[in-house]
Design a protein around this ligand. Structure first.
Ligand SMILES: Cc1ncc(COP(=O)(O)O)c(C=O)c1O
Length: 386
């Protein structure tokens, strides 16, 4: 048994202890922290990139779902919890991702920990990017397959490892299309060529790409035109789609297999109807309103432009997630505190979420941010990083 007191003290000393502090949402990307109502903060930590969580269409859909079907779905999909709205949602997701079919999960964490062990066993290999999300890592571990991790976004390294360790069983390559803590983008076209050469399955986590990239919001997979080369297009409803839950899209056979074999799907209660209805409204909106996506990208470019002209030299990446590297955890916490004093809420992301020595402020841009908000945040950021 871990010595709890000792562990907590050690974490506290090195600035690694996490704690919860409720936020009170004030709408339009603003919040206050419980116990400190006086200071309104601009939220630069949210994944609600398209500001859909407060969108009237999502709220109305959720309310209607609640009114008609109640608060919970009452059972797993394979028992009596399977509602028409789950199927409508899956059809809409399949269309968005350019795939034959889709399956929903309780969350992204559950999707990744359910899908991967359903696909590979101890006789197989998984080739996983070193910076993949913890839920992917956990899915890989649960599967018992031999895990081979390649250097982040380094396809030469992946190729070397495939040559050396591909083996004869199933080989699964897993990546994110936009990396959650670095905001950089996976070279999917080249990756698809590699997966075909080495006869692998390819799974892409589009948690941070769906809704934000692609002409219809179908993610980097859509933007790069690689839909047919990706066997499993996974993503969440809890980020740009403003709701909660997750999905995987693939061919009919794959989805039928997963609904039989993914344990986090089979043995878990179906998404509440109100949540599924809100997600459905969001999937429809991202297809119908490309202007929201354009507006978001305009804001991202504006913010990055301010940082560059202000002399910030480090790479700002290609997406709405902007990692401001600080180094040590304590220093990152300290900088987050300084920003907070200036009305900016940006979380310090520390190990083990990111590798040792790469603690950072993770800035995310959302459609809530006005030009004035972005200008204020850039000025504050430049000041504390000077
Ligand atoms: C890349 C990635 N995959 C999966 C998840 C898990 O999704 P969820 O929050 O729905 O559990 C997240 C974020 O939380 C993520 O960033």
């Amino acid at each position: 048994m871990v010595d709890l007191k000792n562990w907590l003290n050690q974490q506290r000393e090195k600035g690694g202890l996490r704690s919860l502090r409720p936020v009170i949402r004030r709408g339009k990307g603003r919040l206050t922290l419980a116990g400190d109502d006086a200071q309104e903060l601009l939220d630069f930590s949210s994944n609600d990139y398209l500001a859909l969580a407060e969108h009237p269409a999502l709220i109305a859909a959720a309310q209607e779902g609640l009114r008609r079907f109640g608060a919970g779905s009452g059972a797993s999909r394979l028992m009596s919890g399977d509602l028409a709205v789950h199927h409508e949602l899956e059809e809409a997701v399949a269309l968005l991702k350019g795939k034959e079919a889709a399956l929903t999960f309780g969350s992204g964490y559950m999707a990744n920990t359910g899908i991967i062990p359903a696909l590979v066993t101890r006789h197989d290999r998984i080739f996983s990017d070193r910076l993949n999300h913890a839920s992917i890592d956990d899915g890989c571990r649960l599967s018992g397959a031999r895990l081979v991790r390649f250097r982040h976004n380094d396809l030469n390294h992946l190729e070397e490892l495939l040559k050396e360790k591909r083996g004869t069983g199933t080989a699964l390559i897993v990546v994110e299309s936009i990396y959650s803590m670095d905001g950089d983008r996976c070279p999917l076209r080249e990756l698809v060529q590699l997966k075909e050469r080495f006869d692998c399955l390819l799974m892409v986590d589009e948690a941070h790409a769906t809704g934000v990239f692609g002409a219809n919001g179908g993610g980097v997979i859509e933007e790069d035109g690689v839909g047919s080369g990706v066997d499993l297009a996974m993503g969440t409803f809890g980020k740009a789609l403003g709701s909660y839950g997750a999905y995987v899209a693939g061919n009919r056979e794959m989805i039928e297999y997963l609904l039989n074999r993914a344990r986090s799907f089979v043995f878990s209660t179906a998404l509440p109807p109100s949540v599924a209805a809100a997600s459905l409204a969001a999937v429809q909106l991202v297809r119908q309103e490309p202007n929201q996506r354009r507006e978001l990208h305009g804001k991202i470019d504006y913010f990055k432009g301010l940082l560059r002209t202000g002399g910030y030299g480090a790479d700002l990446g290609p997406s709405q997630i902007i990692p401001i590297l600080v180094g040590e955890s304590r220093a990152a916490l300290n900088k987050a505190g300084l920003l907070q004093k200036q009305g900016i809420f940006a979380t310090a992301v520390r190990p083990p979420t990111v590798p040792e020595g790469t603690a950072r402020l993770r800035f995310t841009i959302t459609r809530h941010h006005s030009t004035a908000d972005l200008t204020l945040a850039a000025k504050a950021l430049l000041e504390i990083m000077a």
